[in-house]
Design a protein around this ligand. Structure first.
Ligand SMILES: [Fe+2]
Ligand SMILES: [Fe+2]
Length: 255
């Protein structure tokens, strides 16, 4: 079984890019499930209904999100209507949507989960407890589980992955928009990468115009983030699992 996870998609041109690339990649590599982080899909922050629809049409089976998810109000209702777009499970229970969803992938019931880290992130409930709860609540209803840890700190992402090694088939990090060079199989069979990277303009800082970001750092004043035009690349990871859903390979990929 093969699972492709794609890092934070920044802007509409990046959605179009995935629409051109994902179908061919899926066919060429025999991918059974594609998870895409969509928290930056609309103008670099959040995701509106039409962009979520476009990401699904582009080939995403599940859209995960992160700290920018609530930027556009309309996503609240969309989340309750469309279960295959999820948000970090450790947001308050009063928030719309869910932190996980079970989808069919090559006949396997796959529990896709999303949590946010706490280090340099919003103050939310404990992500370890949130994952435990999702696994417990869905026990008997899934064959394998995968997890998007949306977090800043590499140590926190590694700690969550190691804490659930052998119980979750794939753990990948998102949020930093920079792909890490550490794709590996953990001792009990979980495939892990600290961060997938992003899908966005190559000539940018994390998908945003370089001049805007330099100005922000040099002035410490609010700026309007803009997504520059130009060449795009998509970063992610391809996980290959055996019949018992243990990782046999994890590979950082660029589309
Ligand atoms: Fe992001
Ligand atoms: Fe983020």
């Amino acid at each position: 079984m093969k699972i492709l996870a794609i890092g934070d998609v920044v802007g509409s041109a990046s959605i179009d890019y995935l629409a051109r690339k994902l179908g061919a990649y899926r066919a060429a590599n025999g991918v059974d499930l594609i998870c895409v982080n969509g928290e930056n899909a609309t103008q670099g922050h959040g995701i509106v209904r039409s962009d979520a629809d476009a990401l699904f049409r582009a080939g995403a089976d599940v859209i995960t999100t992160g700290n920018h998810v609530w930027k556009w109000r309309e996503i609240r209702e969309y989340m309750d209507e469309v279960p295959t777009i999820i948000r970090p499970a450790n947001y308050p229970d009063a928030c719309p949507g869910s932190g996980c969803v079970i989808v069919d992938a090559a006949g396997a019931r796959t529990l896709v989960m999303n949590v946010s880290g706490l280090v340099y992130m919003d103050t939310l409930s404990d992500p370890f407890d949130a994952v435990e709860k999702m696994l417990r609540d869905n026990a008997g209803r899934y064959d394998l589980a995968v997890l998007d840890v949306h977090a800043e700190a590499t140590s926190e992402k590694a700690a969550i992955a190691r804490a659930f090694d052998g119980r979750i088939a794939c753990v990948w990090g998102t949020h930093t928009h920079v792909q890490t060079n550490d794709a590996r199989i953990l001792p009990r069979g979980t495939g892990f990468i600290t961060d997938l990277g992003m899908t966005g303009p190559v000539d940018s800082i994390l998908g945003i115009d370089c001049g805007v970001i330099i100005n922000k750092f040099r002035t410490r004043m609010p700026v309007k983030f803009t997504v520059p035009a130009g060449e795009i690349s998509a970063s992610g990871a391809l996980f290959t699992l055996d019949r018992s859903f243990r990782a046999v390979s994890v590979e950082a990929v660029t589309l």
